[in-house]
Design a protein around this ligand. Structure first.
Ligand code: FUC
Length: 799
């Protein structure tokens, strides 16, 4: 029987941060910001483990004193293979459209099932690389009594640390993912020399084997073996992958045997770890000319030239330079002496903890840094980069009917613009397969993707024609690329990346639209993700034409193309054509039944009124078509979200993490800070896991990112000039934010007291005129290149 081993001392957490081990001062805070998740117990399961990531590799650190587990991911390791799944719509599409527009949805659906159903229907999953286990105390009869246990993740340094004492010895572990050196680093040390004895093993539950590749190194090599699965594409040996762990010891011995490295009697041990696959992003496929084992060897070879201290120093420097660009205080009490799980518990029991909201806000920024940047290429998926399952929930894919887009909502406004690049990379790459989907399935030009994609560039309809027909996935992605330009004003990005993407997306839309009975341009077929309507005869469908969201997306896309086209001197005839189409789109309508925004082109009854998707409010957020300047729509938008909530509270849908996070952003746009704060509290109370991961359930990272974007949106909006503190909750009496980013590439600091603005500071890299707003005050100011511009509570310039 294992004795209870954790007798936790009451010593204040901070005191543990300054132990001296073997002459090395280990300072818990280092260059960090004091923003930490910390716990007095090891993770009992994955949802308590702590994430580190460098954009290409991720790891979840459990911190168990007896058996440490570090679960590993590499961004490109996917099951499946590249397939051409598009159905040939040529023969079917005209009839499907005709039936939809005539209101004969049953026939349209039957025809779609026959003519538009893709093959294979589904995609396969993003997979983990495997696990590192570190076993201690294997040969002891009874486990020693452990004390002063603490594990933490310091968001400012990106270092996960575990510490505990036994028999007068203090043991410390540090884990971080270095973007500079492209590796994961694990260091174990003991306060008493010669006391480190353990076995580190590298494992994967399937499709791989591990051998020593040198006396101090392990090599895992594998190949995903896809078993036959209904409608999921070819079975067979697919993506190849490898991982290497190299270890070094100070004192004692270190030796690789079988799948393990045995360390005995050491003072300190350090491991560098990397993984790779034969995935080639350029080809959106695996590529047999790539040898993952050699890739790993090359990465490790470089890292081995560098000692732990300099790798760590470079990591902290690089990490903190990005992370520290933005600071937020909500005037909260400092509760850092209370473990994070207990703070969360207190909130779940009804307390409010603004500091926890700040921590979650910054955690969203941290998680985007961990899952979306160089050396990685791919964007953050449904779980960022962190996934433990061979068959993950929703395959941990890139869901393009909101989830992938939501992941990137905080990238620009939270001053992390370079983290957006992987989103652009994928959007740009999807133009290749997306042209086939546009031309074959939808008989149009340009490119598009439906409601999901994977690393193999799936763009065809997936998961069935009712659910998966969402030709607006591409235009929505394109719009986000355009928005990134609006934030950064990077002309080169506009010319070389954004413009080709949005222009070709608009080509798709123009070729796809058809005229309805009122002579207006509509999409057909499509759906309003992922909601179902009921016809007067009781039949229920998802498939439709001219869903409100589609019209809003197309309006925004045409507006973007017109603005970009004018900037770039595009052909006037084309611009005029777009302008004409825009005028001939159906209007956004208000439902006669409920006074809400009408979700479909007809005022259908919704089957699930508390549905998690609120697609018809796309025009409220992320787009900016529904604003206080259109009072009727603005009011209808409020009613729409309230109605969703009302039904959700009766237990009819809605409560998923990302959906609540969307509500935070929408309430911010409705200028209702108290409602936004209530939704944040709901997220904390019902939808947050002990490691502060968002709980869909299960874990899904979009909620984390949507949360972060939402908090920023409450403090600053910039879709229509700069609006300071547009949705400040009553509970946020005082506070201070430094380093938000507004469209126009303007950095914004704001402080407030007693719920009133105190001071604003703006810095713009270029000279420009901007409209600013606070409460009822409106004005225009001229910013000079690089010169800070400060305003007081009356929006008067400060000296
Ligand atoms: C959409 C959502 C689900 C889930 C999935 C990954 O289908 O409706 O709630 O988030 O994406």
């Amino acid at each position: 029987m294992i004795k209870p081993i954790y007798s936790f001392c009451k010593a204040a957490a901070a005191a543990l941060c300054f132990f001296v081990f073997g002459g090395i001062a280990v300072k818990g805070q280092e260059a960090g910001t004091g923003l930490r998740l910390w716990y007095k117990k090891p993770a009992r399961d994955w949802n308590e483990a702590l994430p580190v990531g460098n954009g290409r590799m991720g790891a979840m650190v459990f911190g168990d004193a007896v058996r440490e587990r570090i679960q590993l991911n590499e961004e490109s390791l996917w099951a499946g293979s590249k397939v051409e799944a598009d159905a040939d719509g040529a023969e079917w599409l005209p009839n499907i459209r005709k039936k939809l527009l005539e209101g004969d949805i049953r026939s349209a659906m039957e025809l779609s099932e026959k003519g538009l159903k893709s093959d294979p229907l589904r995609i396969r999953s993003y997979q983990p690389v495997g696990d590192i286990y570190i076993d201690f105390f294997k040969n002891t009869r009874s486990l020693p009594e452990l004390s002063e246990y603490r594990r933490e993740l310091d968001l400012g340094t990106g270092i996960a640390r575990t510490e505990y004492s036994y028999a007068g010895i203090r043991l410390t572990r540090e884990v971080f993912a270095s973007a500079v050196d492209n590796i994961i680093v694990v260091r174990l040390s003991s306060s008493v020399p010669g006391k480190l004895t353990f076995r580190l093993s590298l494992n994967r539950e399937q499709d791989a084997s591990v051998v020593p590749s040198a006396k101090d190194e392990l090599l895992m090599q594998g190949q995903v073996l896809d078993l036959p699965a209904v409608e999921s594409g070819p079975a067979g040996p697919h993506m190849k992958f490898a991982a290497r762990v190299w270890g070094m010891n100070k004192g004692g011995s270190l030796q690789a045997i079988n799948n393990s490295i045995f360390v005995e009697g050491a003072d300190e041990a350090v491991f560098y770890l990397t993984a790779a696959t034969d995935y080639n992003f350029e080809a959106l496929n695996y590529d047999r000319s790539i040898d993952p084992a050699r890739q790993c060897a090359a990465i490790l070879e470089k890292a081995r030239q560098r000692d732990y201290a300099s790798i760590k120093q470079d990591h902290i420097r690089e990490h903190s330079a990005i992370f520290n660009r933005l600071s937020l205080s909500l005037g909260q009490e400092d509760k850092d002496t209370i473990p994070t799980d207990l703070r969360l518990k207190a909130v779940k029991e009804g307390k409010e903890d603004k500091g926890l909201a700040v921590l979650q806000f910054q955690y969203g920024r941290y998680l985007l840094m961990g899952s979306s940047r160089k050396p990685g290429v791919l964007p953050a998926n449904l779980q960022g980069i962190w996934n433990k399952d061979m068959e993950a929930a929703w395959n941990s894919d890139f869901h393009t009917n909101i989830n992938l887009q939501m992941n990137y909502w905080p990238a620009d406004n939270c001053n992390l613009s370079e983290l957006f690049q992987p989103f652009t990379n994928l959007t740009n790459k999807l133009r290749g397969p997306g042209r086939i989907t546009a031309s074959k399935t939808f008989q149009s030009k340009g490119w598009t993707v439906n409601h999901l994609t994977d690393v193999f560039g799936r763009t065809a309809i997936a998961d069935g024609v009712g659910w998966g027909t969402f030709p607006m996935g591409g235009p929505w992605m394109a719009l986000q690329v355009w928005d990134h330009y609006l934030f950064t004003r990077d002309r080169q990005y506009l010319e070389q990346e954004a413009w080709p993407i949005i222009k070709e997306s608009a080509e798709f839309v123009l070729g796809f639209l058809v005229k309805d009975k009122n002579g207006q341009w509509v999409t057909a077929p499509s759906n309003s993700p992922e909601n179902t309507y009921r016809l007067p005869n009781g039949e229920q469908y998802m498939l439709t034409y001219g869903a409100t969201m589609d019209i809003q997306i197309i309006t925004a896309l045409v507006d973007a193309c017109l603005e970009a086209g004018k900037l770039l001197g595009e052909d006037k005839v084309l611009l005029a054509q777009w302008e004409k189409v825009r005028k001939e789109l159906p209007p956004v309508r208000v439902s006669k039944r409920y006074g809400t925004i009408q979700e479909w082109i007809e005022d259908y009854e919704e089957v699930e009124p508390g549905h998690r998707h609120i697609s018809h409010l796309f025009g409220l957020y992320p787009a900016a078509q529904i604003t206080p300047e259109q009072p009727e729509l603005f009011e209808a938008a409020r009613k729409t979200i309230e109605r969703r909530h009302q039904f959700a509270e009766k237990g009819q849908g809605f409560y998923t993490g990302w959906s609540k996070a969307w509500s935070v952003n929408m309430y911010a746009r409705l200028l209702d800070g108290d409602a936004a704060w209530k939704n944040i509290l709901d997220m904390q109370r019902y939808l947050t896991l002990p490691n502060l991961f968002d709980n869909h359930p299960p874990f899904q990272i979009d909620g984390n990112f949507g949360f972060t974007a939402g908090v920023a949106e409450m403090l600053l909006q910039s879709h229509n000039g700069l609006h300071f503190l547009p949705a400040l909750p009553n509970a946020w009496k005082e506070g201070d934010v430094k380093g938000l980013k507004a469209r126009g590439n303007i950095l914004v600091d704001i402080s407030w007291q007693d719920g009133q603005l105190q001071e604003v500071k703006l810095v713009s890299p270029i000279s420009q005129k901007v409209r600013i707003k606070y409460g009822n005050l409106n004005k225009t100011v001229v910013l000079k290149e690089g010169k800070p511009f400060s305003l007081n509570q009356h929006l008067l310039k400060k000296k």
